[in-house]
Write a protein that binds this ligand. Structure first.
Ligand SMILES: NC(=O)c1ccc[n+]([C@@H]2O[C@H](COP(=O)([O-])OP(=O)(O)OC[C@H]3O[C@@H](n4cnc5c(N)ncnc54)[C@H](OP(=O)(O)O)[C@@H]3O)[C@@H](O)[C@H]2O)c1
Length: 290
């Protein structure tokens, strides 16, 4: 430093003028120390036009099996809210749904017990959610919960569909013995799903599902019972391990939570395959999707 200062003091006029003309260049702009030179003022360059790509068409198309039912109708609505095109198939088609969103669903009529029914509805479909199930004699329950869903799982797999979500049901201990056909059907469909869709098969096992059920133009608020029960049963998880009667304490879950998790499982390619119990449904429904 001393040497530099002494050199400056002893500089000749010519060397000073050289120093005056010392110029630096930062980021392509010239900053001149030459007092005779007036640096150019900053130029505000005109912003270029940014090309915004046109909105892409949705990559998913969802087929809801039983989209006119209690759970199915909430699933359709949730998927439409995500911008996913939705079709539904059931024996009665659109049936009695009067809500505005129902006009945005393509409704097919078909019985899943006949393997022909699904062909047209599966056209262009990338993901399926089955909300088909029901009660009756043991044989009927096995057919609706088991055979009908197994037919759909096989047809979807043959078509090369990547993801399939099945709304099954939690075990209810002693109730399983009374509703044998129902539970045997559910478990048979689950086995078929995990075999045919090892990477994209998701099974939701809720207990009692509450929410608003539409029957014709009437809305039945099942939440009046279900919501307080869900809060109470939150604290009895350990008791559900008690054989036979324990599962009766499985907390009920809101239909919107079931629909939210089902749709997320159907359209999120990294959603893990396998079985999700009621506590998993509650947890996933609280998580924000990306
Ligand atoms: N609600 C609950 O508390 C609860 C609890 C645990 C699990 N689950 C399960 O969740 C699923 C949905 O239940 P949910 O309460 O929404 O039942 P839901 O209202 O009775 O709906 C059942 C749906 O399945 C359709 N369906 C029945 N048999 C069919 C067939 N052979 N071919 C085509 N479609 C058929 C029905 O439409 P069509 O009559 O027009 O054919 C209806 O859309 C079921 O698997 C159920 O076991 C429900």
């Amino acid at each position: 430093m001393k040497t530099i200062i002494s050199r400056l003091i002893h500089s000749t006029p010519s060397s000073i003028s050289k120093l005056n003309a010392f110029a630096v260049s930062i980021n392509g702009r010239n900053f001149s120390t030459d007092s005779n030179k007036i640096d150019e003022p900053f130029k505000v360059e005109e912003a270029g036009t940014v090309n915004v790509p046109p909105p892409q068409p949705p990559t998913e198309k969802l087929l809801v099996l039983g989209g006119n039912g209690f759970v199915g109708s909430h699933v359709c609505r949730e998927a439409l809210n995500h911008g996913v095109p939705v079709a539904s198939i059931s024996r009665s088609g659109r049936s009695s749904l009067h809500d505005a969103w129902a006009s945005n669903v393509i409704w097919y009529k078909g019985n899943l017990l006949s393997t022909e029914s699904l062909k047209e509805a599966l056209n262009g479909v990338t993901t399926v959610i089955s909300c088909v199930g029901g009660f009756g004699s043991n044989a009927t329950m096995y057919k609706i919960n088991g055979t009908a869903n197994i037919n759909a799982i096989r047809a979807a797999s043959d078509q090369g569909i990547k993801r399939f979500v099945y709304i099954s049901a939690a075990d209810f201990g002693v109730v399983n013995y009374l509703l044998q056909g129902y539970y045997e059907g559910k478990r048979a469909a689950e086995t078929e799903l995990l075999t045919r869709f090892p990477y994209g098969g998701i099974i939701l096992r809720p207990g009692f599902i509450y929410g608003t059920r539409s029957v014709g133009s009437m809305k039945i608020p099942l939440g009046i019972v279900g919501s307080p029960m869900e809060m109470v049963f939150q604290h009895t998880r350990a008791l559900t391990q008690i054989p036979l009667v324990g599962p009766l304490l499985t907390p009920p879950v809101n239909v919107t939570a079931v629909a939210k998790v089902a749709v997320r499982a159907a359209i999120d390619p990294v959603f893990p395959p396998g079985v999700i119990d009621v506590y998993g449904i509650q947890r996933y429904s609280e998580k924000k999707s990306k």
